[in-house]
Design a protein around this ligand. Structure first.
Ligand code: C2E
Ligand code: CA
Ligand code: CA
Ligand code: CA
Length: 287
């Protein structure tokens, strides 16, 4: 059965009801898009939960397709990973983010923005050139290592020796590693012992509904229990935390009560072009 995808891609639905993108065709399209400079990076602010001060950003890629408009990464990252195109695409996002972070630091000073983060796929960590590529981009851009955050998921981290070696090298260089979508994997807790993480990002699924007072004591409330366990563990291990996907002021209150100090989400700030972040930083500097 054929079905029209959100961004206009034809999806083929197999017998199991799983939508499958036409990957081969999309792979060719992505190559063309990269050659034609159709990818853009937007930045979502990471803010302090007390007072909304911006302390960092997460870079998120967008595809500005000539006829389909803006295509979300959920539509093309899987195909980019499968075809290997995530390697040059990821390098583009890295260069762009480092260049932009340096521009912000030049314009607004070293205290304006602590760090800039971006997502890294397992496929990139498997690339034997990844660590030296990152070192090269940092050197070219002039961004200090400790200002860069690389976000990886638990499943990416668990991909064997080559990947762990790359992660330890990046950590040794002073780059900060964040465990993305934390709590959704199967071995989150034991992973933290074995992995040089500096930051854990509490997954949106634990933030959704965290503000609901169901009359249960907090310890009996699964979402709150996970959110509390994550922050206790992070504190014990000396890690920073960021709560993801915050959509309401009530969620901010609930997270602050649990001890979270940093967050990200549509309620705080949506992903925006670099100029939008510049305006926020300018306003912060004036305040
Ligand atoms: P992610 O790394 O977990 O990024 C957070 C996603 O949640 C982003 O979606 C962001 O726009 C969205 N988001 C932020 N706040 C809220 C909120 O309050 N509510 C809701 N419902 N969503 C919120 P986006 O930009 O569509 O990216 C989706 C995923 O695609 C990312 O999830 C990441 O896994 C991947 N991705 C994006 N850019 C890149 C990239 O440059 N490289 C790689 N490898 N993956 C990327
Ligand atoms: Ca992320
Ligand atoms: Ca995430
Ligand atoms: Ca409760």
């Amino acid at each position: 059965a054929k079905q029209q995808g959100k961004a206009g891609f034809v999806r083929y639905v197999d017998g199991m009801g799983e939508p499958v993108l036409a990957h081969m065709q999309l792979g060719g399209e992505l190559r063309r898009a990269l050659d034609h400079d159709e990818f853009r990076v937007v930045y979502q602010p990471i803010v302090r939960l007390d007072g909304n001060r911006v302390i960092g950003v997460e870079a998120l890629v967008r595809w500005h397709h000539p006829t389909r408009g803006v295509v979300s990464p959920a539509e093309f990252i899987p195909a980019a990973e499968r075809t290997g195109l995530i390697v040059p695409l990821g390098l583009f996002v890295l260069r762009e983010t480092c260049r932009q972070a340096v521009a912000w630091l030049d314009e607004f000073g070293p205290d304006a923005l602590k760090e800039a983060g971006l997502n890294v796929s397992a496929r990139q960590l498997h690339d034997p050139d990844f660590v030296s590529d990152v070192a090269g981009v940092l050197a070219d851009s002039g961004l200090p290592c400790e200002r860069l955050v690389l976000e990886v998921t638990e499943s990416a981290v668990l991909r064997g020796q080559q990947v762990s070696r790359a992660l330890y090298e990046l950590d040794r260089m002073g780059i900060r590693l964040a465990l993305d979508d934390f709590g959704t994997g199967e071995s989150s807790l034991s992973l933290l012992r074995a992995f040089p993480a500096a930051i854990v990002k509490l997954d949106k699924s634990f933030v959704d509904g965290i503000e609901i007072d169901d009359g249960l004591p907090a310890a009996a409330d699964a979402r709150q229990a996970v959110a509390r366990a994550v922050i206790q563990l992070a504190h014990a291990l000396g890690l920073d935390t960021v709560a993801e996907g915050i959509e309401s002021p009530e969620q901010v209150t609930a997270l602050r009560e649990l001890g979270y100090t940093l967050g990200q989400g549509f309620h705080l700030a949506e992903p925006m072009p670099a100029e939008g972040v510049s305006r926020l930083l300018a306003r912060q500097q004036a305040a």
